[in-house]
Design a protein around this ligand. Structure first.
Ligand SMILES: O=C(O)CCC(=O)C(=O)O
Ligand SMILES: [Mn+2]
Length: 202
């Protein structure tokens, strides 16, 4: 791990910071290949006007036992942590001093894969979700827009391989984010969002 200093963004009602080059280049490549080959990637379907269509990316959900999670109406049961994922989790936890119990992985096969505007505000993430998002592979745009003030400018970041984006506080309450299509991008990208699910009754 490189101890690059984080960039803090001055965004109203949001807490966002970015660690550029969080990983060593050598770790990045090994990790990317290992995840591409060994993660249990699945193609989820989403119901739109009664028709089931494939979402434009592959996903996988890993975590502690019982951390099931509903994402875009899809109930996901976690696969148990792989050694690679749990080492990565510890590395991130140590750096940002926050605990995680699950990770959602997205694979964008090329620039036509994407994720539409949304907030990571599912009830199981609590009032102020804490998300650590690691990018590997192709560089892709990551955009933020305010849910409450249309007058606020959109924020656009380019997330490169090895970057770690950290979102906390009221970011999910007041802002949405998306990874838009970038049709000229031919290479794939893997993104891991480490999350903390609050189990009801705890
Ligand atoms: O790929 C990314 O950078 C973001 C993914 C995302 O927003 C999500 O999985 O909720
Ligand atoms: Mn998200």
């Amino acid at each position: 791990m490189k101890l690059s200093s984080p960039i803090f963004f001055d965004i109203p009602n949001a807490e966002i910071c970015l660690y550029r080059n969080f990983l060593y280049d050598s770790q990045e490549e090994i990790l990317y290949k290992e995840l591409l080959e060994n993660i249990a990637w699945q193609q989820d379907l989403i119901k739109i006007y009664g028709r089931k269509i494939p979402i434009p990316r592959l996903t996988a959900w890993y975590g502690d036992p019982n951390m099931s999670y509903t994402y875009s109406g899809i109930l996901m049961n976690p696969h148990p942590w792989t050694l690679t994922l749990s080492l990565l989790k510890s590395q991130i936890e140590e750096r940002i001093q926050h605990k995680f119990n699950s990770v959602l992985l997205n694979q964008y096969r090329n620039g036509t894969d994407s994720v539409a505007w949304h907030s990571d505000d599912e009830p199981e993430l609590g009032e102020t979700p804490v998300i650590a998002s690691l990018s590997l592979g192709a560089s892709r745009k990551f955009e933020l827009r305010s849910k409450v003030k249309a007058s606020l400018d959109r924020i656009e970041l380019l997330l490169n391989s090895g970057d770690l984006l950290f979102m906390s506080g009221t970011t999910q309450k007041y802002w949405q984010h998306q990874v838009p299509k970038m049709r000229r991008v031919r290479e794939s990208r893997i993104n891991l969002t480490f999350r903390y699910i609050i189990v009801s009754g705890n």
